[in-house]
Design a protein around this ligand. Structure first.
Ligand SMILES: Nc1ncnc2c1ncn2[C@@H]1O[C@H](COP(=O)(O)OP(=O)(O)OP(=O)(O)O)[C@@H](O)[C@H]1O
Ligand SMILES: [Mg+2]
Length: 322
């Protein structure tokens, strides 16, 4: 692989960006035909890939975002939200995917999401934008597999092409809307067996492994992975757990006040990957991921977080303090 000598390893995010309208809180569920007034709302760039790119910006860590937006007003607005990120966002011939997230007083949320442009995004359109990894150790993060049907059809090729371009591969599949059917499990296990950083949440890991508890699931999945792969399970307010090389790592989530946890997992991914790219080990990166997620979900509105405002959270100075 022809790497430029001076560039540091960096992150390329290949996945989903969409528009999120987050509003709430609402107590109970309204009757059809009524109107409910809510105290807070925020229109923000979202999608798993979009959330991770913005979290990298909050952390002052460079990244590339390779994705698409829809051919409408929201698409133009969305593209403008990634200033400061090296974003290459093509235009898909469809309306931009929009997700309305209703926050409930209990902390749960309900999403209404349109299919929109994510259905059109394909590897053929993204592949020419990627280019060789800028340095050894660079990571490509794949997000939103189950929301990107055309990309997902080509995932075997996506992973092969990215490896050929010199990237380590990180993946956050998200939850499959159709559930962990045998076909979805087989396809997912095939992808994961070729990845280096697997960033799932607890119920995704247990669902994929058909296990009743997290540790059983992690033990069941690890032998199916590359020996050098890190398997991370995000465990919500508890923090995160990882398995690597027969060892178990865990980090606790700093407890913070939260209006909505939308994008918590994606923010964790940014903290974890930024830490790994800066040379930190698994324990420090898990803790960095938890610190990043807590700090970001503690902010409302999220758009008020300035670029680099959270840079200290994954700085090497934190290493060894976990
Ligand atoms: N209530 C919370 N308080 C503090 N930290 C939290 C809370 N919820 C989530 N986190 C942090 O965010 C990380 C990711 O959360 P979670 O395990 O819910 O992932 P996820 O389900 O993939 O999230 P997402 O819904 O964004 O996909 C956790 O590892 C933790 O560090
Ligand atoms: Mg997630």
């Amino acid at each position: 692989m022809d790497h430029q000598n001076t560039a540091p390893p960096s992150l390329a995010i290949i996945g989903d960006v969409a528009v999120d309208l987050v509003l709430g809180p609402v107590d109970g569920w309204p009757a059809i035909g009524t109107e409910t007034i809510m105290r807070r709302s925020e229109l923000r760039a979202g999608g798993s890939g979009g959330n991770t790119a913005l979290a990298m910006r909050h952390l002052g860590a460079p990244c590339r975002l390779l994705s698409q937006v829809g051919a409408d007003t929201f698409g133009g607005w969305l593209a403008g939200e990634f200033s400061g990120v090296d974003a290459q966002l093509g235009v898909a011939q469809a309306a931009t995917t929009v997700s309305t997230g209703v926050i409930h007083t209990c902390g749960e949320r309900t999403f209404f999401t349109t299919k929109g442009h994510l259905e059109e995004q394909s590897w053929a359109q993204i592949r020419p934008l990627v280019g060789a990894a800028p340095a050894p150790g660079s990571i490509a993060l794949l997000t939103g597999a189950f929301l990107l049907p055309k990309m997902r059809e080509a995932y075997g090729q996506v992973i092969g092409d990215l490896a050929d371009l010199g990237y380590q591969i990180a993946i956050d599949t998200g939850w499959p809307p159709e559930g962990w059917t045998p076909a979805i499990r087989a396809a997912t296990l095939g992808w994961l067996s070729r990845c280096d950083h697997i960033l799932l949440n607890e119920i995704e890991v247990t669902g994929l492994a058909e296990a009743d508890d997290l540790d059983t699931a992690l033990r069941r999945l690890t032998p199916l992975l590359r020996p050098e792969a890190v398997l991370v399970a995000k465990t919500g307010a508890k923090g995160a757990v990882a398995h690597y090389g027969g060892a178990r790592f865990a980090a606790a989530a700093p407890q913070v006040e939260v209006f909505d946890t939308i994008g918590a997992g994606d923010s964790f991914n940014a903290g974890y990957l930024a830490a790994r790219l800066s040379g930190l080990g698994i324990q420090d990166a898990l803790a960095g991921g938890c610190r990043a997620a807590s700090a970001i979900i503690n902010h409302f509105p999220r758009r008020a977080i300035a670029p680099g405002q959270l840079a200290d959270l994954v700085a090497p100075a934190h290493a060894g303090r976990n």
